[in-house]
Design a protein around this ligand. Structure first.
Ligand code: NAD
Ligand code: UDP
Ligand code: UDP
Length: 375
């Protein structure tokens, strides 16, 4: 891939991400790490649709080939099975870095691999993270994967961006705000994260990823963008990945009780995936670094969400209360003033409109009707 891209780049008269003035280009060469996952595959669809050449880099830890299969055979599409924890040589203009096990079931299973992706950057970070990882290793030996992906994986993609002069976009998360003491959350809020809790491999991994991204921007003049994504749902979400929307939808379709954790009064704000993809592309192509909150400010308690799922799928679906997990944020809602003003972006699809679109996809996948494999 490296050799071919390099030859292509040379034949177009430039190497690296910067296009000399006066050269008109057909489309950008874009890497999407995690592009076979839920959000990544929808992003790839939009990039291909506007005429870009897309390379998906994914190790299929939570992603699926089925999510991008409809692009097989398209000369503008390539798929590389690769773990971003390993170095990668490509020639590209933009890097959307999404690779990360994002659902609680997966990151709690493999936490160290989730955070390490930021590990080797600068001495201070290094010492800090050593202490951090010793604690993590002592307490959660299975946490390895999430940390690695977030620290080493992000470092490698920043190294790639530096070498070829590409613009780099990090998909961070609202989890960087932890269990927030400010509501709604504004980008200037620094958050309230438990550094040694069960969720911290994800929260702290992404916080370190943000730090690395800004360090590379300041230290190596990389063009960077940071998105803080709030809870997102839609077709192609992993079924049974433990997230609340996918759990409730799958449970209602299977005639199982909806499992509400705790008292169900905790809140989240749910964004439909196409709104997020539009926000990510505006951010990447705009002039502002961020961080930007990308989320839908419509806020629901988990009991209210269960009610919407009942109305959409099965009014007779039962609700079953279960013990909540540790460190669960009590409330979450994005303040999107900054994205509205600087990116001209705001979400368009409310929960009651987006949920049925996801339900159609889940119904087909759960009950085995694959007549439409490209939702
Ligand atoms: P997902 O699990 O569907 O997609 C992640 C993809 O990354 C998968 O295809 C997986 O196989 C791949 N991956 C994981 N580790 C990898 C590695 N080491 N090397 C290569 N590929 C790897 O999750 P998603 O919901 O699509 O999330 C995409 C991004 O958005 C993630 O970075 C996530 O943290 C962020 N995000 C998502 C949400 C949400 O609600 N969906 C919220 C906040 C942030
Ligand atoms: N890297 C990569 N692809 C590249 C360039 C770098 O995967 O095209 C990796 C590289 O292996 C290193 C990381 O990115 O581990 C950081 O690279 P950088 O050049 O910033 O640091 P250095 O290699 O000088 O420590
Ligand atoms: N949750 C729930 N039932 C489920 C799964 C999750 O009530 O079957 C709750 C969970 O405790 C949390 C909220 O839903 O308060 C959102 O959980 P999710 O894992 O989807 O997202 P995150 O906590 O990462 O925002």
């Amino acid at each position: 891939h490296y050799q071919r891209s390099a030859v292509e780049a040379a034949s177009r008269g430039f190497v690296g991400g910067k296009v000399p003035l006066g050269i008109k280009r057909k489309g950008l060469r874009i890497v999407v790490t995690g592009g076979a996952g839920f959000v990544g595959s929808h992003l790839v669809d939009q990039l291909i649709a506007r005429g870009d050449s897309v390379i998906v880099v994914d190790n299929f830890f939570t992603g699926r080939k089925e999510n991008v299969m409809h692009h097989f055979g398209n000369p503008n599409f390539e798929l590389i099975r690769h773990d971003v924890v390993e170095p990668l040589l490509l020639e590209v203009d933009q890097i959307y870095h999404l690779a990360c096990p994002a659902s609680p079931v997966h990151y709690k299973f493999n936490p160290v691999k989730t955070i390490i992706s930021f590990f080797f950057s600068f001495l201070v970070d290094f010492v800090f993270l050593c202490v951090f990882l010793v604690v993590k290793l002592a307490t959660f030996p299975l946490c390895f994967g999430l940390h690695k992906t977030n620290v080493v994986g992000t470092l490698n993609m920043l190294g790639l961006a530096k070498r070829v002069g590409a613009r780099f976009l990090l998909t961070s998360t609202s989890e960087v705000y932890g269990d927030p003491l400010q509501h709604p959350q504004v980008e200037t809020y620094w958050g309230n994260v438990n550094p040694i809790g069960v969720r911290s491999c994800y929260d702290e991994g992404k916080r370190t990823a943000e730090t690395l991204t800004m360090d590379y921007h300041r230290g190596a003049q990389i063009e960077v963008r940071i998105a803080r994504i709030f809870n997102t749902y839609g077709p192609r979400m992993c079924i049974d990945d433990g997230r609340v929307v996918s759990n409730f939808v799958a449970q209602a379709l299977r005639k199982e009780p909806l499992t509400v954790y705790g008292d169900g009064k905790q809140t989240r704000s749910f964004q439909y995936v196409s709104d997020l993809v539009e926000g990510l592309m505006r951010l990447m192509d705009g002039e502002h670094i961020g961080p930007f909150n990308l989320g839908n400010p419509g806020e629901f308690t988990m009991l209210e969400l269960a009610k919407v799922v009942q109305e959409t799928i099965d009014p007779n679906a039962k609700i079953e209360f279960r013990a909540n997990t540790a460190d669960d944020p009590h409330k979450r809602k994005p303040d999107i003033t900054k994205a509205k003003e600087m990116l001209g972006w705001e979400p368009k699809i409310p929960l009651r409109q987006g949920l049925p679109l996801m339900v159609n996809d889940f119904r087909k996948r759960i009950f085995g009707d694959h007549s439409d494999s490209n939702p």
